[in-house]
Design a protein around this ligand. Structure first.
Ligand code: ATP
Length: 644
């Protein structure tokens, strides 16, 4: 259901779409109690607001009533003192009403802001407890909409809907009492006439509303085009496919449609005003006519002042009646909004801390998978029966075709997801029995898609260890092989990395994230190597960065490069969610199975481009060609690794 309350013109708020009608929530007692429970902490302020609304509305009608006396007693009665007194009184009452109105607005906005503040905080905290599945299966835009415009909508409900219902009802009641006090015939004519006048107003409003909706849809389309084409990746795509002209034409067409709709909408508004002002003037004329007849023909004791008051009161009733006729729409929309927000609050986090979590006093980082079965959706099993053990200080490389389930395996260790069957043990304990923060604190993950916040390099590094000293940063960056790069930047550690780190290359980002992990100093390191090809120099730099990391640490490497695979103690070959081969490179490559195939198609590729000089150690030992970097003796490294 689309959300509309905030920032919308009246026309848009008065009617519901078919979708809104179909999805109108059932307003139960529980829902109402839940809605009003948000007001409970502020009930004193709320009571004061109600009081202010009542007083200011009554006072705002008083000058209209005093006008009758000004005419009858001051002007027609030719009593100057009385005239001055009534004028001053009328001005004072107006001033007092406005003054109370200011207090009411302040209180109203104070309550609304505090409720949205509470709601936002609670929602943010709640969303942070939601599991990975929630974020992968929900549209990011939807989540942000709940946090922003939906909760803004609640503020608008409190400041507009609730207070307008109250002040409109009071205005009508006070106006009716005042009218009946003057003359019951004219008052009754007024009651009959007012709703009749609102009908044409509503039908004119409906036309305008449908145009506004069309313009809104068109505006969304334009925003979509802008977001897609003027984003960094969008522009790259446009440029590379030479689609500038095509995109321009699309934009121009949407832009044209928008101006046409806007012109039609403003003209519909014009007609609307013509109808409104003509219709609105019929009411007072009718009261003058009937009032005049009563005075002249029936000798009624009506005065000129009375008729003037009645006409003024009648005009004051149009607005409130019209607004109250729309209250149902506002009400349903408000309840729908609350329901949407409550639905989010009611979602249970999938991964929770156990009741009596274990917090071991030390940590080795060892990992054991026992007959692990896992699926994201039960229709497709991703991991079938995975068992392996990684002992303290050792490293394991997981290799396999794309989509075989490698990343999924590692997601189970920090409990981004829980197993469907079997168990994952960390440090000898089932991960589901460990304290979640402790568990995640022991694991450092360098992901494929390195995420850096839009801040400085320093901010990104300190995220892992806020109390790290300058020397710690320098040391971590040196080890991660990124210090040279940082020192070359004018701003050094204070260089801004750009939105999601886009100002840096893939290799630079990954090395910064390695430095970040070094600062975290985890017991278990998980390195999900980027599949994207890096040039051999960048590759070597990353390799040099991971080597010291994994040397003395328990590590799992999802490897796409031969150099990484060779650095591991054991290789697990995963295919279709199963470990199909395991062992050392030299053995696996000769088995003629999945590993050999992967080696020939993937790992060997770079090597083919940069053949190892004949007779080299690497070539002899493993019978393959390694990637070769200018000025760096990689071959020697590979040879040693294989011999080890
Ligand atoms: P790559 O080497 O390309 O990174 P991978 O071996 O790491 O691949 P996974 O990312 O573990 O593969 O994915 C295994 C399978 O699970 C894939 O078919 C993928 O489409 C599916 N998958 C991954 N994440 C999700 C998710 N959040 N929801 C549903 N299916 C998913």
């Amino acid at each position: 259901m689309s959300n509309r309350p905030a920032g919308m013109g009246r026309g848009m708020r008065d009617f519901m779409t078919a979708e809104e009608k179909a999805n109108a929530p059932k307003v139960t007692k529980e829902l109402l109690i839940r809605v009003f429970s948000w007001l409970t902490p502020y009930w004193k302020q709320f009571a004061l607001t109600l009081f202010c609304i009542i007083i200011s509305t009554v006072l705002s009608i008083l000058p209209t009533v005093l006008t009758g006396k000004i005419i009858d007693e001051g002007l027609i009665g030719r009593d100057l003192n009385r005239l001055i007194f009534l004028i001053v009184l009328s001005l004072l009452v107006t001033f007092a009403s406005n003054l109370i109105g200011v207090a009411e607005s302040y209180l109203n906005s104070w309550i609304a802001q505090h409720i949205t503040y509470d709601m936002r905080n609670q929602m943010f905290r709640h969303l942070q407890t939601m599991s990975q599945r929630f974020f992968t299966s929900n549209n990011q835009g939807d989540i942000v909409t709940r946090m922003t415009s939906d909760i803004d909508g609640v503020r608008s409900i409190i400041t507009n809907t609730f207070s307008s219902i109250l002040s409109n009802v009071i205005t009508l009641v006070v106006a009716l009492i005042a009218m009946y006090q003057r003359n019951w015939v004219l008052a009754t004519i007024g009651i009959v006439i007012v709703p009749l006048f609102t009908i044409p107003t509503r039908s004119a409003g409906k036309t305008r509303w449908s145009l506004t909706r069309e313009a809104q849809a068109c505006n969304d389309e334009i925003n979509g085009i802008l977001n897609e084409t003027l984003s960094v990746s969008g522009q790259t795509l446009v440029k590379l496919f030479c689609k500038e002209e095509e995109e321009y034409k699309k934009y121009e067409a949407a832009n044209r449609k928008m101006i046409e709709l806007n012109i039609r909408e403003s003209m519909a508004g014009r007609w609307f005003r013509v109808v409104l002002s003509t219709v609105a003037s019929v009411g007072p004329m009718l009261l003058y006519l009937v009032g005049g007849i009563l005075m002249m023909k029936y000798n009624s004791n009506l005065t000129v002042g009375d008729i003037t008051v009645l006409v003024s009161l009648l005009s004051r009733m149009y607005g409130p009646v019209n607004q109250l006729l729309n209250i149902e729409v506002e009400w349903i929309r408000s309840m729908a909004l609350f329901t949407r927000i409550f639905d989010y609050f009611d979602m249970e986090p999938e991964i929770k801390n156990p009741d009596n979590p274990i917090i071991p006093s030390s940590c080795t980082g060892s990992v054991r998978f026992e007959h692990v079965k896992f699926w994201y959706e039960s229709s497709r099993t991703i991991l079938k029966d995975i068992s392996f053990e990684l002992k303290e200080g050792n490293s394991v490389a997981i290799v396999g075709p794309s989509g075989s389930g490698k990343s999924t395996m590692i997601n189970l260790i920090p409990r981004l997801y829980d197993v469907v069957d079997g168990a994952v043990y960390f440090d000898g304990h089932d991960v589901r029995t460990l304290d979640l923060s402790w568990l995640r604190g022991q694991i450092g993950v360098v992901t494929q898609d390195t995420y850096l916040f839009n801040g400085t390099i320093r901010d990104n590094l300190l995220y892992a260890k806020p109390d790290a000293s300058e020397a710690d940063l320098v040391e971590a960056c040196r080890k991660a092989n990124i210090l040279d790069f940082i020192e070359k930047q004018e701003e050094g550690f204070d260089t801004i990395v750009g939105n999601r780190g886009l100002k840096l290359s893939g290799g630079e980002k990954q090395r910064i994230s390695i430095a970040r992990i070094l600062l975290k100093n985890p017991s278990l390191l998980i390195f999900d190597e980027a599949t994207s090809a890096l040039d051999s120099i960048s590759e070597q730099k990353i390799q040099d960065a991971i080597d010291p990391l994994i040397e003395s640490r328990t590590s799992i490497l999802i490897a796409h490069r031969l150099s990484t695979i060779l650095a591991a103690d054991e290789i697990l070959v995963v295919k279709d969610g199963e470990i199909v081969e395991r062992g050392q490179h030299a053995d696996l490559v000769q088995q003629g199975g999945v590993y050999t195939e992967l080696y020939e198609t993937q790992f060997g590729k770079a090597a083919e481009l940069n053949p190892v000089p004949e007779g080299s150690e690497a070539g002899k030992v493993a019978g393959w060609n390694a990637s070769y970097t200018e000025g760096e003796d990689l071959i020697e490294y590979y040879g040693d690794a294989i011999k080890d």
